[in-house]
Design a protein around this ligand. Sequence first.
Ligand SMILES: [Zn+2]
Ligand SMILES: [Zn+2]
Length: 178
Amino acid sequence: MKQKPIILVTCGHFEQRVIKLISEDITNVFQHPVENKECSLDINKHYNPGRRQYDANGILEYITSLAPEQAIKVIGLYRVDLYIPVLTYIFGQAILNGKTGLVSLYRLRNELYGLERNNDLQIERFRKVIIHELGHMFGLIHCHQTNCVMRSSSYVEDIDQKNRDFCNNCKILLQEKL
Ligand SMILES: [Zn+2]
Ligand SMILES: [Zn+2]
């Protein structure tokens, strides 16, 4: 286990059980301790009334400006609908090799696509997206292996096809970066 913490900033209500699962995932995969913090950021100024969504890049910049020195990475967990200018919506966003990232539960809900509500599936997707974004933050780029967590996902079905783990190649690359 390395020294510097990865900080998990929760913005909105998340079940303790879910935070625990995510913290364990992160520690297991990235070998850094996890610290949980509640969000104190006011994201209202990043709301785009025309799109009725939040500007992910704006929030990301804000998280970056407040990231504590002692943390190796900071990832924000949201429940709001996020976008970047070139895409209709995003599941998450991170700076490649950077210190910060963010992920939202919002677009991971089955109900949004006319499917039956499934909380477990939503959480499973959330865990995959978080590992994916942290992968970027540790320098990994998109992978073409169907089951690899670093494969790019445009739809929830894409996320469902992936494992909550890296392919062997990405695993080796990650070990070099950790
Ligand atoms: Zn990605
Ligand atoms: Zn891979």
